[in-house]
Design a binder for this molecule. Structure first.
Ligand SMILES: Nc1ncnc2c1ncn2[C@@H]1O[C@H](COP(=O)(O)OP(=O)(O)OP(=O)(O)O)[C@@H](O)[C@H]1O
Ligand SMILES: [Mg+2]
Length: 207
């Protein structure tokens, strides 16, 4: 898998957020996106996921020598972010099943959902409605959703928000796993988290 951004610029209402961001990542490579509050980290993450369009510039996803386009992009990406919406009136397990069904191209192998729920420490609470979850439990469920399809690109925006010591350990394990053979992107204000990655893009320095 390779991911390449070329001259990506984003403006909101003609206000420039960032200009000319370019990078390329192959399997086993990782990138930290840093910069102050409001510098555009989450905006760049959304562009990489295909949730927002850039004002200028291009994003290319190549898998096994083939370009990946449109809806198919989401089958290759896992995202953990504060703006990911979960369903309060469904259980943790139902959320995972529902959200996974949106990804069309791969059916999960038997037992995979149980495996990730166990992995993020939510197995015991899987049947409880999401509105009864603590914020750290919701963050853990986002990890389950992000990795259940074994994504080629894992993107973490504010990776450890609301997590306790065990939760952070779960994240660092996951990060190491992802770095073995896939692409990892971490958007963060935390200097320690930025050191997880081999490459770095710092936003907000052009002003
Ligand atoms: N939909 C939108 N319409 C207009 N402006 C927006 C929109 N989304 C974000 N912005 C602006 O873009 C800038 C970058 O926001 P973004 O959320 O990407 O920053 P960030 O680096 O993730 O910040 P933080 O560290 O606080 O998470 C901010 O000035 C924000 O107000
Ligand atoms: Mg942000």
């Amino acid at each position: 898998m390779t991911l390449a951004l070329n001259g990506v610029t984003k403006e909101f209402n003609r206000r420039s957020i960032f200009r000319d961001v370019s990078f390329s990542l192959g399997s086993g490579e990782s990138l930290a996106i840093t910069g102050r509050n409001g510098s555009g980290k989450s905006t760049l993450v959304k562009i990489v996921c295909g949730l927002l369009s850039p004002t200028r510039g291009t994003i290319e996803y190549v898998h096994d020598g083939k370009m990946i386009e449109g809806e198919d992009v989401r089958n290759h990406i896992g995202l953990v972010s504060p703006y990911l919406q979960l369903y309060d009136e469904f259980s943790g397990m139902e959320n995972l099943e529902l959200l996974s069904a949106i990804r069309s191209d791969r059916t999960l192998e038997d037992g995979r959902i149980d495996e990730v729920l166990n992995d993020v420490g939510l197995w015991e609470r899987r049947k409880d409605l999401l509105r009864t979850y603590s914020s750290g439990m919701k963050q853990r469920l986002k990890y389950a959703f992000a990795v259940v399809h074994r994504p080629d690109i894992l993107i973490l925006d504010e990776p450890t928000s609301n997590l306790d010591k065990d939760g952070i350990e779960m994240v660092t394990r996951r990060v190491r796993e992802q770095q073995k053979s896939a692409i990892l992107i971490v958007a963060t204000n935390d200097a320690d988290e930025a050191t997880w990655c081999s490459k770095k893009v710092e936003l907000g320095t052009h002003r």
